[in-house]
Design a protein. Structure first.
Lengths: 288, 376
């Protein structure tokens, strides 16, 4: 029963990780920008939801605020930070440092606006109910349905919609995008908008279950990055699967190892992939 | 020959030459005393930094109002991030760049990292927040104005035994503080025939506790004792309750912060704290409580009180040294503390032992509707 309970807990964490990691993978895959501030998008979305709840606007309007915060920030950083640096042929490291600065600025702004303490939205949805000795919260089913729905919708969008096909083309060759007269910039903005929007469900579910602090983005970024590498850089199905795998690894490790190894086990997984399968689960084999 | 009224040349030149020396002496007399703070100001433990600093700032305001010292005091802040590494870096800067002579510190790991640096520079380090057992006598220049964890454990374990809660699940941060609490808890439990039936070491960065809840449910203990700090405490409480753990949750004074006490899931949480000073009728306490309520609209916490006391202690010691015409440094401050031992502080008379640690009464409380209600 303990193993089954850990499996349920692992899946619940894994769905949240997967949703955020897919957003990061989408942005990196399409634009090749290492969006280090992805965790800050998550934090802003979560705090946007909390703001709505504090103002008594109800869950739907709060969700709208979270979405607006994530989209606004994603488009802002693409247009005001990454684009000017890329225009002046800034190196990868310059982009990284700029994003790092933005993360710190966002954290400080959240501290000023909401204080430095832990915040959470209390909801009956996070309270587990016993089901044949297994404790499952309604949020588990919500996480599961949201993840499946969004991954399905994203897969269909990328496969069938002209914009989705263009996004995949952008990931393959920027030169071809220009040859076909498509706007590289508009597609990059679309990638940022979609990638940022994908943080919203995870952030809202996080605000309802684990709670948030202004520094929550750092942990989320670490998880997204690990999932993106394990899944195969730029591969969205890979990132989703790796996110779930990470959640399961962290939780199931508790059954066989000391609890202190829980978080480290995710990085052991990353290390093993780098050693044995550097291209990740679904990544293409590297050519020398 | 008429007598010349001109000034003798040599004394005049000597006087002019000595003028800068007077200027330097005067400038030195107005040089401020530099106090440092080494608190977590960002990250998941930043709430403590805000609380600690607020207590120190109110003491500074009162010292200035009362004109207790001949020189002003300036406060230099360094962010320890709540980590030993941050503590060592911050302490080096406070000592070598800011030339602080008296530094306020919190957190066990930070204290242990900063204490050797302070001892080498003979700078006084005063702890009002960390409770790790090995903070007692860390160095001659390290003082505690807070009772340490063994005092809290010695109070809570007999209480739990009286409630027939002897088999405990124990969650602790795997750092010097958590390991110290673990040692004390096991030793005290053995005295009352109790034991730790399951223990989980966690990292300060851990955020998921659903798996631990599953393990606890499996082990069927009487209660859960956790030793963590900062935002993580609220995460533990919420996730244990959300996972269906209805057992009594027990902890130490680290949970005496608003974000924990006002958490709906923390209703019924049992925690030890130093005895409340709010009802004390001495003028120092009354003024502190009155001004605190006027400024913040809430009652001060024990941490606010401790850091107020730490700064007030500096002013009381320095005022004595100034009166005696002695220099103010780590050695003279320590000698003065050991010579006097008793000081009028918030909460009544503060009495220090040979290790420069204050002694205080510990009480067991329960969180009821966001407030602490004393049980003992």
């Amino acid at each position: 029963m303990l193993l089954l309970q850990l499996l349920v807990n692992g899946l619940e964490s894994g769905f949240l990780y997967a949703l955020t990691a897919v957003g990061f993978a989408l942005i990196f895959g399409a634009t090749r920008i290492f969006h280090f501030a992805h965790g800050a998008t998550y934090a802003l979305a979560g705090y946007g939801f909390i703001l709505g709840e504090r103002l008594g606007l109800g869950p739907l309007a709060s969700l709208g605020i979270a979405l607006a915060a994530a989209l606004g920030f994603g488009l802002f950083i693409e247009g005001a930070v990454y684009r000017p640096i890329e225009r002046s042929r800034g190196a990868f490291f310059t982009l990284f440092v700029a994003a790092f600065g933005v993360v710190i600025a966002v954290q400080s702004l959240l501290e000023l606006g909401f204080g430095r303490s832990y915040v959470v939205v209390s909801s009956p949805l996070s309270r587990a109910v016993s089901w044949n000795g297994l404790y499952i919260a309604p949020l588990f089913w919500i996480s599961l349905c949201t993840a499946l729905l969004l991954f399905g919708a994203l897969a269909l969008f990328l496969k069938l919609s002209p914009y989705g096909i263009a996004l995949r083309a952008l990931a393959d060759s920027r030169f071809l995008i220009r040859t076909y007269g498509l706007s590289e910039r508009r597609l990059a903005r679309l990638a940022f908008a979609l990638g940022s929007a994908l943080t919203v469900p995870g952030a809202v579910l996080g605000a309802l279950s684990t709670g948030l602090t202004p520094s929550v983005g750092a942990h989320i970024m670490l998880v997204s990055l690990t999932a993106a590498v394990v899944g195969g850089i730029g591969s969205m199905p890979g990132a989703a699967l790796a996110g779930i795998l990470l959640g399961l690894t962290e939780t199931l490790a508790v059954d066989v190892l000391d609890t202190a190894w829980s978080e480290a086990s995710g990085f052991v997984l990353l290390f093993l992939f780098i050693l044995l399968r550097p291209q990740g689960i679904f990544g293409a084999e590297l050519r020398r | 020959m008429p007598q010349s009224h001109a000034w003798p040349r040599r004394p005049l030149l000597a006087g002019i030459a000595a003028l800068p020396l007077f200027a330097i002496r005067r400038a030195r007399a107005e040089e401020p005393y530099v106090l440092g703070t080494l608190f977590p100001m960002a990250g998941p433990n930043a709430e403590y930094g805000t609380i600690f600093t607020a207590g120190a700032q109110m003491a500074l305001a009162h010292i200035a109002e009362d004109k207790m010292l001949s020189r002003p005091i300036v406060l230099r802040a360094e962010d320890s991030q709540g980590t030993p590494q941050g503590g060592a870096v911050g302490m080096s800067k406070l000592v070598n760049v800011d030339h602080a002579i008296y530094v306020l510190v919190g957190f066990t790991g930070v204290s242990k990292a900063a204490a050797p640096i302070a001892a080498r520079a003979k700078v006084i380090l005063v702890n009002g927040g960390g409770v790790g057992p090995d903070l007692a006598g860390l160095s001659p220049y390290y003082w505690n104005v807070i009772p340490l964890a063994p005092d809290e454990i010695r109070t809570i374990v007999p209480y739990l035994a009286s409630q027939n809660l002897r088999r405990l699940a124990f969650i602790y941060i795997n750092d010097p503080f958590g390991n110290g609490v673990r040692q004390s808890l096991k030793a005290e439990l053995a005295k009352v025939g109790g034991s730790v039936v399951i223990e989980d070491a966690i990292l300060p960065t851990d955020q998921q506790f659903g798996a631990i809840a599953a393990r606890i449910r499996d082990a069927k203990p009487d209660a859960v004792y956790f030793a963590s700090y900062g935002a993580q405490q609220a995460e533990i409480i919420k996730q244990l309750r959300d996972s269906g753990i209805t057992l009594p949750l027990v902890t130490y004074s680290g949970a005496n912060i608003p974000s924990v006490e006002t958490l709906p899931e923390a209703e019924g949480l049992v925690l030890t704290t130093q005895a409340s000073a709010l009802s004390s009728d001495d003028p120092v306490t009354q003024r502190f409580v009155r001004d605190w309520r006027a400024k913040y609209g809430t009652d001060p916490t024990a941490y606010n009180q401790n850091y107020y006391n730490a700064v007030r202690l500096f002013a009381l010691l320095t005022a004595s040294l100034e009166k005696a015409g002695k220099p103010v440094n780590g050695d003279t401050l320590r000698a003065e503390l050991l010579a006097r031992r008793r000081f009028p502080l918030v909460g009544g008379e503060g009495v220090f032992d040979d290790l420069c640690d204050i002694s205080m009464k510990i009480v067991v409380n329960r969180v009821e509707k966001g407030k602490l209600v004393p049980l003992t």
